[in-house]
Design a protein around this ligand. Structure first.
Ligand code: AMP
Length: 278
């Protein structure tokens, strides 16, 4: 695996590969890698000639400064996992590489209402930071394919819209959520949880699964109540939101088709998100 810290050198390397008509799969991450991330690398390896993974803990997407400080950083283990997955290129830029002083000001495209609901409502400024970093990384990496996890469903929807509005020629690939055996969605943030909290947090998956299996016999509002009550019964959980919405608009729906349930729940001061297509 080749390591690049310089965006300029990586960009030149990619330009050479693209002249040779190689396809480039890109997997942007914030590190503390787990099998969820590796599933993206594995799929990219199947579909592309060259796979680039970036590790960059992006300060502009953290609406909570404490969360940024506490974000796990495990570069040595990450490197080993990427090597084992046969990743071709690791890009580890510094903050000043991505955000140079006097760099051009980012103008976010108008992606519409999906920006301000759910995570957008609960984490003001978060998606502005995500769009900014993804856009800057795409300028540097210039991939043919971009791989993202549906664990961050709204992020995938917003980035897909952004890429479309920016007229980028990149194929978007959204891949399924990878879970622990007990159902807990894999997340870098799980590293901050005690073993007990990791068990308690399975209530998130259980409530999503309950909603999915109860769909035929309930109204959308009573499904939501079922899930909220189930999560609230878990004493160590603090529910931030649980919503059932249309999977395209992310707005409330009257139809019982094309729905997705999304939730954010806190355990031991750690904010976990998860979702399930219904
Ligand atoms: P992050 O490092 O959290 O920014 O995540 C980098 C990419 O990995 C994003 O596209 C995430 O959606 C994806 N990802 C994170 N966790 C999972 C998971 N459990 N299953 C699938 N994809 C994931």
């Amino acid at each position: 695996m080749i390591n690049y810290k310089s965006g300029f050198h990586l960009h030149n390397f990619i330009a050479k590969q693209r002249k040779l008509r190689k396809t480039i799969g890109f997997v942007p991450t914030m590190g503390a890698l787990h099998q969820g991330h590796i599933s993206l690398i594995t799929q990219a390896k199947k579909e592309c000639d060259i796979v680039v993974c970036s590790i960059f803990v992006n300060p502009t997407q953290f609406n909570n400064p404490e969360d940024l400080v506490k974000y796990p950083r495990t570069l040595e283990e990450d490197s080993k996992l990427l090597n084992a997955a046969d990743c071709d290129v690791l890009f580890i830029p510094s903050v000043s590489t991505i955000y140079p002083k006097n760099g051009p000001k980012f103008k976010a495209p108008a992606v519409g209402k999906i920006l301000n609901v759910l995570e957008g409502e609960h984490r003001p400024g978060h998606f502005a930071g995500v769009m900014q970093v993804v856009s800057l990384l795409l300028d540097i990496v210039n991939p043919t394919h971009l791989y993202m996890g549906l664990k961050d469903f709204q992020q995938f929807a917003i980035c897909s819209k952004m890429v479309e509005l920016q007229n980028r020629k990149v194929i978007m690939r959204g891949l399924p959520i990878v879970r622990e055996m007990n159902g807990l969605a894999m997340s870098s943030r799980n590293k901050r949880l005690s073993d007990q909290a990791k068990k308690d947090a399975t209530i998130i998956f259980k409530s999503l699964a309950l909603v999915k299996e109860s769909l035929p016999n309930h109204t959308i509002e009573s499904l939501r109540e079922l899930a909220v009550n189930k999560i609230k019964k878990e004493k160590t959980a603090t529910l931030e939101y649980f919503e059932i919405v249309d999977l395209k608009t992310l707005e409330p729906s009257k139809k019982k088709t094309d729905l997705i349930a999304l939730t954010a729940v806190w355990f031991e001061g750690v904010r976990l998100i998860d979702n399930m297509l219904l």
